[in-house]
Design a protein around this ligand. Structure first.
Ligand code: ZN
Length: 314
């Protein structure tokens, strides 16, 4: 068996990639995710994509290791999806269903967890076997890899680190219905929210006051250009991220924490900022833990999904 598929199933597109055993992407393409009618077309569309790819390229199923798939919701260790609301799905065993439809072995995982496995294997975490990946995007997601394997938890919900509580006194609600989650402060939207609050409570002049459409990138750019208010806003964010990372490090003792997602495009200043405060919160025995940036971008999910198949069927 020489090849396999890695599939990153998102709410709007399905990213498919075809790999060799070493994890090189030989081909990749996308199809739309059709969520109507309870998402009944999603798996048949994937089956068609896989079957026609194999036919067109004259590849026999005997040469296929299997299919790995990352799903935007909770998936337990047995492959049972627990209500992917954004796809319209209820509770069912996606591994069994997709395997019956394709005649190929299938291993499934949560998409953020799969992306973390991909980064561990081929990305910023290469060479490490235990890590935490933090995805700072419109929300805060992540994944935990222990001894080279995804920690999926009893309910398939391990790695939902963005809903760790940072502030018990927060008056506003998070998307999860609770208050004070990391996501409310350190996601791209959270950083902008904090900047707005900061600008009202601080009277110093700042280029951010003249920015009509305040974005996370505008705040990082202003800080890099020396704007003192932007620098103070980010210092507050770095302190929060440092506390968050220290809590993760203290409980999981990973070799490395990886930062991915749109906010991580800020690069080295983000890593340096977190490191400036990390020692204030971390347990001394784990204080030499390292930080790095994720490197695979949009491919991480498919790479990690294929690794799931390789680990289980290769
Ligand atoms: Zn939350």
């Amino acid at each position: 068996m020489k090849y396999g598929f890695g599939i990153d199933l998102g709410g709007t597109t399905v990213k498919l990639a075809f790999f060799d055993r070493e994890g090189n992407i030989l081909n990749k393409w996308e199809i739309p995710t059709r969520c109507e009618n309870g998402g009944e077309n999603i798996l048949p569309d994937i089956v068609n994509a896989v079957e026609s790819f194999l036919t067109q390229n004259r590849i026999s199923k005997a040469d296929i290791i299997g299919i790995g798939i990352g799903v935007p919701g909770a998936v337990n260790g047995q492959g049972i999806v627990n209500e992917c609301h954004n796809l319209g799905w209820g509770v069912f065993n996606i591994e069994q269903t997709l395997s019956q439809l394709t005649g190929l072995p299938v291993k499934a995982g949560n998409d953020a967890n799969a992306a973390s496995l991909g980064e561990c294997w081929k990305g910023g975490g290469q060479g490490h076997s235990s890590l935490v990946m933090i995805t700072l995007g419109t929300g805060v997601g992540g994944g935990i890899i222990v001894d080279g394997k995804i920690l999926c938890g009893a309910r398939g919900s391990a790695g939902e680190i963005g809903h760790m509580v940072l502030n018990r006194d927060e008056p506003e609600y998070c998307t999860c219905g609770k208050r004070g989650c990391v996501e409310q402060y350190c996601s791209a939207t959270g950083i902008v929210r904090q900047a707005r609050q900061f600008l009202t409570s601080d009277s110093r002049p700042s280029v951010l006051r003249e920015t009509a459409n305040l974005t996370c990138k505008a705040i990082f750019d202003a800080a890099a250009a020396g704007d003192p208010v932007a620098k103070d806003i980010l210092e507050q964010v770095y302190t929060q991220l440092a506390e968050f990372c220290a809590n993760l490090a203290n409980s999981l003792d990973p070799e490395i924490i990886l930062l991915g997602g749109g906010v991580s495009k800020a690069g080295q200043p983000l890593l340096d900022g977190i490191c400036r405060h990390f020692q204030d919160y971390v347990f001394p025995a784990v204080s030499d833990m390292k930080f790095a940036l994720a490197t695979l971008g949009n491919d991480a999910g498919a790479v990690g999904a294929f690794k799931l198949a390789l680990d289980n069927f290769g």
